[in-house]
Design a protein around this ligand. Structure first.
Ligand SMILES: [Zn+2]
Length: 302
């Protein structure tokens, strides 16, 4: 499936309910189509506060991505944003009746299913991409993330944990909606068993369980099975796709991340937005040789 060249919203509204990973409170999310391209806008329904999904409104990034505006916070938005961005639905009203979005099964798959059930509809106009023209890099000791010029959107991610059950994992892929759904969307969030008590003592992960997270002990996952052998690095890529949605427009570039997390993902988005000399607007989603030939000239790795 080629990447869409038109802005997209949903075809019909759909409501998803569940409970938050950290606060364990119930939450309903209504995804409502918009008539004109206007980006992704959250609405905290108890206060009526509208919060655009934009990097400059993101904060509190330790274990989830949070939007903050006018004293209202919306936590754990990244898996919904990832599903929307991965499926190229970039214009939507997202009504939320609590301060933390439902964790569902810990992946983006239930959100992807909801998007497919509601259907995707094209809006008038052309889709505009932010094309990286100069490298943008964020570094913090041995952890780093950078965006480099590239035709299309390609992600390369490395994680390296000092426990054998996780260890070093790396994965790379060029993103399309099909690949997002098959390769990243159902990878679940994860943590280390040794962290769980610490998290709970801080009032975090109160809604966490083996139903919505993979928990890695010294000898392997405590869950019955993994969805992918390298589910952890795939989930980090899922998170990255969600955090990059805070750019407010689809990206064209190669994004490489090494032992990064939400704070670095969002820092990269902020750095790109703050450096308009490092990117330019384009309506061309694919390089010419991919768009105009029936077969790619060179077979590309996934
Ligand atoms: Zn996540």
């Amino acid at each position: 499936m080629p990447r869409s060249t038109t802005p997209q919203t949903l075809n019909s509204e759909i409501t998803i309910s569940g409970h938050g990973l950290h606060g364990n409170r119930p939450c309903s999310v209504r995804l409502a189509p918009v008539a004109t391209p206007s980006g992704l806008t959250f609405v905290h329904t108890p206060t009526g506060t509208e919060i655009p999904a934009r990097a400059d409104l993101a904060g509190d990034l330790v274990l989830a991505t949070t939007l903050l505006k006018d004293g209202v916070r919306l936590q754990t938005i990244e898996h919904l944003l990832s599903a929307l961005s991965g499926m190229e639905v970039e214009h939507l009203r997202i009504e939320v009746d609590a301060e933390e979005l439902p964790i569902l099964d810990g992946s983006a798959a239930p959100w992807v299913d909801a998007i497919l059930q509601a259907g995707i509809r094209a809006l008038a106009g052309r889709r505009r991409f932010m094309k990286i023209t100069q490298p943008v890099e964020i570094r913090d000791g041995g952890r780093w993330i950078r965006a480099l010029p590239f035709d299309g959107l390609r992600l390369r991610y490395v994680i390296d944990f000092p426990i054998p059950a996780l260890g070093r994992q790396s994965r790379e892929l060029s993103l399309t909606p099909d690949k997002y759904r098959r390769e990243l969307g159902s990878a679940r969030t994860f943590c280390l068993a040794q962290e769980v008590d610490q998290l709970r003592a801080r009032g975090l992960a109160l809604g966490g369980s083996l139903e919505n997270a993979v928990v890695f002990g010294a000898d392997g996952p405590l869950n019955d099975s993994l969805r992918y052998e390298d589910e952890a690095v795939r989930h980090k890529m899922l998170d990255l796709v969600g955090d990059l949605a805070l750019l407010g427009a689809p990206l064209l570039g190669l994004v490489e991340a090494h032992a990064a997390g939400h704070a670095m993902h969002v820092a990269l988005a902020k750095a790109i937005l703050a450096n308009p000399n490092c990117w330019e607007w384009t309506e061309e989603a694919e390089p010419a040789n991919v768009r105009f030939f029936f077969q790619p000239l060179v077979s590309q790795p996934a």
